[in-house]
Design a protein around this ligand. Structure first.
Ligand code: ADP
Ligand code: NG1
Length: 478
């Protein structure tokens, strides 16, 4: 049953329009289906725990990235689509100035604080810190005048956490949208995405904005090419006859809990700065490979050549990097490195930069194949996905043996497969001909999941599933 978009019942600021398609839509509470059941369960639990009714609900989806991995924070376009799985939040304001955050899943403990005075913890962040990021984002950049009003929130989510499907960003996006709506603030999807990309960095990871962008900008049945600076999205229709199957390797990775993710961001930053220095530019002004490319006016293949001309395929010591940049380790810590990467003594510059430029190139090749839709489109897309996997595995070193196993098993049975999201565990995505989907899933069930201890007794539909492109974040009212 289609979801009905209705007028906003909430007092909005003068001049705002919640039903402007530029803003997340306000929809009528569904009357049936799985989402209805989940919203109803949220409402009942909310009333039980807070002794009053929710005033509204928000939904923000997770995503699967089809191609373009670890390039968003270098300024390059990505190619994700939203999945059906999402984070839901029920919210009502309170007049005690308190932020109460509960979860329907009691493995996530309750939390409360003063809504206008809290800290966000970076080390092994507890789940509610992602909610706090969303609150902080609207507080700092949402245009609210005066202090925030107290809020009771109940969260319920079904995106597998730490699996590369962006559960953390969906939680940040849902929280930000809920806080904005509770304060009668209407923001465009782009503005919300930008706020959420900034505020999730309070958690300590230096991601690039793909997850927050697709969570707000997704539209049903299309994948999106998302470009940054300025943020813009283009719908792309995927060629008919194939479907994307997501398989969770069941090796979890929380990117905020160690420095691997930020180390990659820093390796790209260092490669940018050394190439800028060699080109006679003021290296301190450059952070992203994409910005450097623009200034140098070179194509992506030319940038790949520049990488191989500039760097050797080996790790570079911090002292050697300082010599190349004519700086001190102290200044490098200050200008370039994040708090949790200052202890790292060796950085791989050649391999990381080569991955980024080749992957950024593959995104546009992928889009061209989708646009042209010729007879060999599906095979070409599959090949690009496999090339992308090899690059993340060998050059970016962010795969995991279990992901590699899934990708190898998929060869020949799918058109192509690759890890999706940050990697180091989590999910792979495979392009599979529609007629072979069931046989493909059965093959993975027999050859991978039946031997995977973490899969035993689990609902396989949440571990191995086909996904059609879903819609973006919205607000539900009864
Ligand atoms: P992902 O790739 O899924 O974004 P992260 O490791 O970055 O993985 O973030 C996962 C974290 O997000 C979890 O450890 C948890 O703190 C939070 N999270 C995800 N889903 C939920 C949920 N349904 N309820 C509460 N917290 C959640
Ligand atoms: P996930 O899979 O959600 O951890 C992370 C980053 C993205 C992007 C991908 C790799 C965050 C919030 N997300 O995604 O921006 O860089 O890795 O392509 O940091």
């Amino acid at each position: 049953m289609p979801e009905v978009v209705i007028a906003a019942p909430w007092p909005l600021r003068a001049g705002t329009d919640m039903n402007n398609s530029k803003c997340p839509p306000v929809k009528k509470f569904p009357t049936e289906g799985e989402r209805y059941q989940r919203l109803r369960a949220l409402q009942e639990k909310f009333t039980l725990e807070f002794s009053h009714n929710p005033q509204f609900y928000v939904r923000a989806p997770g995503r699967v990235n089809l191609i373009g991995e670890h390039v968003d924070y270098c300024g390059y376009a990505v190619f994700p689509m939203a999945v059906e799985q999402d984070i839901l939040i029920a919210l009502a304001t309170n007049d005690m100035g308190k932020l109460n955050v509960h979860n329907i899943d009691k493995d996530y403990p309750d939390f409360f604080c003063n809504v206008n005075n809290f800290e966000i913890h970076r080390e092994q962040p507890a789940w509610f810190n992602y909610v706090l990021c969303g609150v902080r984002g609207i507080m700092d950049e949402g245009g609210i005048e005066g202090p925030l009003v107290g809020m009771d929130m109940l969260v319920g989510g079904n995106i597998p956490p730490s699996s590369g499907l962006s559960s953390s960003s969906a939680l940040v996006c849902a929280a930000a949208l809920a806080v904005a709506h509770a304060h009668g603030i209407s923001l465009t999807k782009e503005k919300l995405a930008e706020i959420c990309a900034h505020c999730e960095t309070h958690i300590g990871t230096q991601g690039g904005g793909m997850d927050q962008a697709i969570s707000f900008l997704a539209t049903e049945d299309t994948a999106k090419v998302i470009e940054f600076n300025p943020l813009r999205s283009t719908s792309v229709t995927l060629p008919p006859g194939a479907t994307f199957v997501v398989g969770n390797s069941l090796a979890p990775m929380n990117k905020a809990a160690n420095s691997s993710f930020n180390c990659r961001v820093m390796e790209c930053r260092l490669a940018t700065q050394i190439m800028a220095q060699k080109a006679g530019l003021a290296w301190k002004m450059y952070q992203k490979l994409g910005d450097l490319q623009k200034v140098l006016g070179k194509s992506l293949p030319q940038m790949m050549t520049l990488v191989t001309d500039t760097f050797e395929a080996r790790p570079y010591g911090k002292d050697e990097i300082c010599e190349l940049l004519r700086t001190t380790p102290e200044e490098l810590d200050q200008i370039t490195l994040s708090e949790n990467t200052r202890h790292i003594q060796e950085f791989k510059l050649h391999d990381r930069a080569l991955h980024v430029f080749s992957e950024a190139h593959r995104v546009w090749q992928f889009k061209r194949v989708c646009d042209e839709q010729n007879d060999t489109a599906l095979e070409e897309l599959g090949r690009l996905m496999l090339d992308s996997h090899r690059s993340t595995q060998l050059l970016y070193e962010c795969s995991h043996p279990k992901l590699d196993t899934l990708v190898e098993l998929s060869q020949g049975v799918s058109l192509g497969a690759r890890l999706t999201g940050a990697g180091w565990g989590g999910c792979m995505v495979a392009l599979v001909e529609e007629k072979s989907t069931e046989a493909y899933k059965k093959m993975l069930q027999d050859r991978y999941y039946s031997q995977e201890p973490a899969a035993q007794g689990r609902d396989m539909n949440s571990i191995l599933f086909s996904s059609r492109p879903g819609s973006g974040a919205c607000i539900f009212v009864e």
